[in-house]
Design a protein around this ligand. Structure first.
Ligand code: SAM
Length: 268
């Protein structure tokens, strides 16, 4: 294969082209990771350089869609990092910090395992209570899968047998459909956390944003942190991923109440 060195001028041209094509600003991604992923993608299609790669993406909608999806990486599973969901479950109990949560936002929900996990917890606490989950992602295809609500055995590996029997119906080999009573509780919509254009939820009791911004630059991360905090009501709770950190928590009037759980100041 021809050389795939990423020269800064070509990369800038490529980023401009991708912003037009996918409406994703690659400059917000950590550069080392970006270079590595682009090199891998170019190698797979045998693109000579970034200009050649961009041309092919522009001329081939199927290829473009395929790479766009790979770029946004939507790996997930039910109750991912089960210890954090166990903690959240505690907080939803009558004596817990979020016992009266009504509006929950799963930001970067991928194909739905995260918001449906939340729906299971909420349904167990308050089966007929007033609550709703908003689930957003930049990836339309992932959202379509989420709306369909069909999952594999692997997705369900952290789901207890009791919950599997209660909330899923087998619909084929290695295919399990989530119950409609949970589906009805979730509103899925497209949202780019870096370009929300005012469409982000407001006054949420709980916001989850996990494993979404790990590859973003520090500037893009703090832009998203700000957005997430603005989406919380005073006293609301933010949950981040088990490998993530929030060095700007204090500046954003967030108090760490447990590792990966932050509470917005009641006065903010
Ligand atoms: C690894 S998945 C995380 C799914 C789930 N939160 C979890 O932890 O299992 C990352 C998701 O972030 C989404 N994503 C990436 N960049 C985004 C952006 N700028 N705005 C919104 N979602 C984005 C991807 O499409 C992908 O579905």
């Amino acid at each position: 294969m021809a050389a795939t060195r990423l020269n800064p001028k070509d990369l800038a041209h490529f980023c401009d082209g991708i912003l037009k094509l996918w409406n994703i600003d690659l400059r917000s991604y950590g550069q080392r990771q970006l270079h590595r992923r682009l090199r891998g993608m170019m190698a797979r299609v045998g693109a000579r350089n970034l200009r050649d790669f961009l041309k092919r993406l522009n001329n081939d909608p199927e290829l473009s869609e395929q790479f766009r999806n790979q770029f946004t990486i939507n790996v997930s599973e039910f109750f991912r990092d089960a210890h954090l969901f166990a903690k959240l479950e505690e907080m939803l109990k009558p004596s817990g910090a979020c016992h009266d949560a009504k509006k929950i936002w799963s930001a970067g929900c991928s194909y739905g395992a995260e918001p449906y996990s939340l729906a299971i917890l909420m349904h167990e606490r308050r089966p007929s209570g007033k609550w709703q989950i908003l689930a957003t992602d930049i990836d339309r295809e992932a959202l379509q899968r989420a709306r369909e609500g069909i999952f594999s055995e692997r997705d369900l590996r952290n789901v207890s047998t009791t919950r599997q029997l209660r909330y899923f119906d087998p619909v084929g080999p290695d295919s399990y459909a989530i119950n409609d009573k949970l589906k009805r509780r979730i509103k899925f919509s497209t949202l780019d956390l870096l370009q929300p254009h005012g469409h982000q939820p407001r006054y949420c009791d709980i916001v989850l944003c996990r494993n979404v911004i790990i590859y973003f630059t520090p500037e893009a991360k703090s832009q998203v942190h700000q957005l997430l905090v603005e989406a919380l009501r005073p006293g609301g709770l933010l949950l981040i991923g088990a490998t993530e950190r929030m060095p700007d928590a204090e500046d954003l009037a967030l108090e760490t109440i447990s590792p990966f759980f932050y509470q917005k100041s009641a006065a903010a």
